[in-house]
Design a protein around this ligand. Structure first.
Ligand code: GTP
Length: 469
């Protein structure tokens, strides 16, 4: 049986993205926004899909997300309660009594996490008790505010310390260039350290790339977070497609992530998606009928990348792809061969594009199964653009000692600013590793030991039958 996944959504961005994600999942599994199955099925009926990976099912056929919601102020969570009455488990919602938010300050969010750790462990344990074969956590947040970054960091440490055998993945949103808040580079740097040290894989997005993509899909430059969040939830639903509609390949999250994460530190994954049909974005306008071959090639167009990267051609370390719709095997083979000629792989990597064929939801009656859509999740040096941009913004303010007073009451800063310096060093070491990984000599020095792979042993090395060339 596919193992269950527990989702933690933290702060404004985390909860707003979470709302879109659960709305998408409910639609794909024929579940109403009150949690009741729209099907005539009984609790014992056999479904083709596997909603219980993400939902608990009770005797009255109600599905409840395996989700924990955290925030330091109630407004977003109240909105979610109003639009999904009775959908989430109220015992899984934690909102600080102070109602103050974290004021865009990482250390405030982080300290709330430390103070409430026992309560959080109880919430997580209770949710794990409701699983049969618990497998992974996924955390959704922004790295730039105070709650998603600070409380999110604290939760990542908690998961790594207390549940260290379970896969921890994150969906992490980076700020746009028009940074609204001056201390965002500090929050981002401190959070990046936890993403590196306490998660097994981080799927990263930046708000610039998301706005450009949504403006293109909607043919309207006036886009909102709601639409960017639909783009993120499309990625999340595609990554989890083959564990919710399982077949013999990639039917667990560890099997997907272990395929593209070669060493523990190089675990930043850049998503691309095309084309956005109305299955994913209700107002999508750029619908075009493409073959699997066209979609595979389009996925490598920089305009479809959810992380803006520099003009230098990125070097790919590993790529996972999920295609949905009417796809011919011959198109996939041609697409893989063409990709191998076009894109640059790290010299030591196997130049492999792992292609998985997903299933479309049987509950979406308006879906046109002929349309092909695809996702790639790339482990690539392109992520260095994001990491270096964060370091440059951080260095500019930190070297001048600017705005540090906002953090002075934080417990990790009681003895000075070492936490900032150490985080900067940790991030630099990952930038260096990605740079080094693009070179021939990398493999001479780094032995890819089996025990350096993420995930459990079963998932890590068992993948023989996928579409790899
Ligand atoms: P505090 O407000 O300090 O309590 O922290 P928070 O974590 O709740 O803040 P928030 O999640 O608003 O983080 C701020 C960053 O997230 C900024 O870069 C925003 O642009 C971005 N952001 C906020 N909400 C959303 C959202 O719904 N979607 C996307 N894509 N980005 C968001």
């Amino acid at each position: 049986m596919t193992g269950e996944v527990i989702t933690l959504q933290v702060g404004q961005c985390g909860n707003q993205v979470g709302r879109e994600f659960w709305s998408q999942l409910a639609k794909e599994h024929g579940i109403g926004q009150d949690g009741l199955s729209l099907q005539e099925d009984s609790p014992t009926a056999v479904r083709e899909d596997h909603p219980v990976t993400f939902f608990k099912q009770n005797d009255s056929n109600r599905y409840t997300p395996r989700a924990l919601l955290f925030d330091l102020e109630p407004s977003i969570i109240n909105d979610i309660r109003n639009s999904f009455p009775g959908f989430f488990n109220e015992r899984n919602v934690w909102v600080s009594q102070d109602n103050l938010g974290a004021g865009n300050t990482w250390s405030i969010g982080y300290d709330y996490g430390t103070e409430n750790q026992d309560q959080f462990i109880n919430m997580i344990d209770r949710e794990i008790d409701a699983t049969e074969n618990f497998e992974a956590f996924q955390l959704i947040h922004s790295v730039a505010g105070g709650t998603g970054s600070g409380l999110g960091s604290n939760l990542l440490e908690l998961l790594a310390d207390s549940y260290h055998k379970k896969l921890v993945t994150t969906y992490s949103v980076f700020p746009s260039d028009e940074s609204e808040v001056v201390v965002q580079p500090y929050n981002t740097m401190l959070t990046l350290r936890r993403l590196i040290e306490d998660s097994d894989a981080s799927v990263v997005f930046d708000n610039n790339a998301l706005s450009n993509i949504t403006a293109r899909i909607l043919r309207d430059s006036n886009v909102s977070y709601a639409q960017s969040n639909q783009v993120i939830s499309t990625v999340m639903s595609s990554i989890t497609n083959s564990i919710r509609f399982p077949s013999y390949m990639f039917s667990s999250l560890p099997s997907i992530f272990s395929t593209i994460v070669p060493t523990p530190d190089m675990h930043f994954l850049v998503p691309s998606f095309t084309s956005f049909t109305t299955d994913f974005i209700p107002e999508a306008k750029n619908l075009k009928r493409s073959t699997g071959y066209d979609v595979i090639l389009d996925l490598f167009d920089a305009n479809n990348s959810m992380v803006t990267h520099s003009a230098d051609d990125p070097v790919y370390i590993a790529i996972y792809s999920l295609l949905q719709g009417s796809v011919e095997q011959s198109d996939i083979t041609r697409g893989i061969l063409k990709t191998q000629k076009r894109v640059q792989f790290a010299p030591w990597s196997k130049s492999s594009l792992h292609v998985n064929i997903g299933k479309k939801s049987p509950y979406n009656k308006t879906s046109n199964s002929d349309y092909v859509s695809g996702l790639i999740l790339s482990n690539t040096t392109a992520v260095n653009s994001l990491l270096k941009k964060t370091c440059n913004s951080f260095d500019t303010i930190f070297n001048r000692g600017a705005f540090l007073h906002k953090f002075q009451n934080g417990r990790v800063f009681e003895n000075g600013w070492d936490e900032f310096k150490e985080s900067r060093e940790v991030v630099q070491s990952v930038i260096d590793e990605y740079t080094y990984a693009a070179q021939d000599s990398y493999i001479d020095d780094i032995l890819l030991e089996e025990n350096m792979l993420v995930g459990n042993d079963d998932g890590a090395m068992d993948i023989n039958d996928d579409n790899i060339i």
